[in-house]
Write a protein that binds this ligand. Sequence first.
Ligand SMILES: [Zn+2]
Length: 301
Amino acid sequence: MITNLDILYRVSLLEGQAMAMLASTTQMCEKARKTHDLSKTATAALGRLLTLSGMTASRMKEGSMTVTVQGDGPIGRMIAVAKPDGTVKGCVDDPQVELPRKNGKLDVGGAVGHEGRLTVVRDMGLKEPYVGQVKLQSGEIGEDMAYYYTVSEQTPSLVSVGVLVKDTVLSAGGLVIQPLPGCSEAALQSLEMTAPLCTNLSDTLLRLGAEETLYDLMGHLQPVILETGKLTYQCDCSRERMERALISLGEKELTSMIGEQDGIEMGCQFCGEKRHFSTADLRALLEAARSRGQQDDGSGE
Ligand SMILES: [Zn+2]
C-alpha cells in the first residue's frame, strides 16, 4: 500500500491558462475525527469542509477565512477556520450524527441538509471583512463550494472532494481547478472534459498517492507544479483569547458567573481543551471589563 502523506500542490495548467490545487488531507481529517470523536458521516462532512476551506485559504496572503455551513440537517451548524499557513480547525453541532448510506455512500447531504446557507468570511486585517454567502446546492459541500466560487467569487470552478472513512480515515483530499483570465475556449473545453475523471478522488488518492493522482487526472493539461505545502489540523486557542472572550461578555454576564461556586470551566469548541477560571480570575476580568466600558464611554464613538 502507498503511504499517503498529506500534501498540497499548486499547479499551473495549459501554459498558465488555468490553475489547480490538489490536496491530500488524510492525516488532517483523521485528526479532526479524533479531536471531536466524529461519526463516519460527520467525519466526511467536516473533512470535506476543512479540506476545501484550507485549500482556499492557502491562496490568501494573510488573515483567516471562516466558512460556516448552516443547513437544515441533523448535523446542525458546521464551521471551518483556515489560515494561509495551512492550519485549519473546525467543529460541528452534532459530531455523532449517523445516517443510513445512500447509494453506497455516506449521506453527507442528508446530514447537512439541502436547504440552508454557506457563508465565507475572509478577514484580511482590514476594517471590514469580506463576506460572501450562497444558498446550499446539495449539502454535499463540494457542489456548495463550487457554487460559492462561481457566484460569489465569479470564478467557475471544478471541485472534487472526498473522505473515505472506515473506522479511521483511510484517504481524503480535494481538487479545485479554475480557469484564469484570458483562458481560451479550447482550454475551457479541456478543463470541462476533465470533470468526469475527478469523481471518487479519495479512492484515486488511496490507490495512487497524491503525486501520481495529479498526473493521472491532469496529465493531459500540461501540469507544472508551482508550489507544495500542507494542510494541518491545529487549534490556536489560548488562555488569553478566552480571557478576551469573557471580557467581551460584559459586566452583567461576568457578575453572574462570579456568583457560581469555584469559578467556571471553559472548553474550546475546536480542540476540546478545557481551561478553568477561578472566582478570583473572574473578578480580575470583571475589573478589566469595567475599565474597558469606561474607555468605550469616553471615546465618543
Ligand atoms: Zn482550541
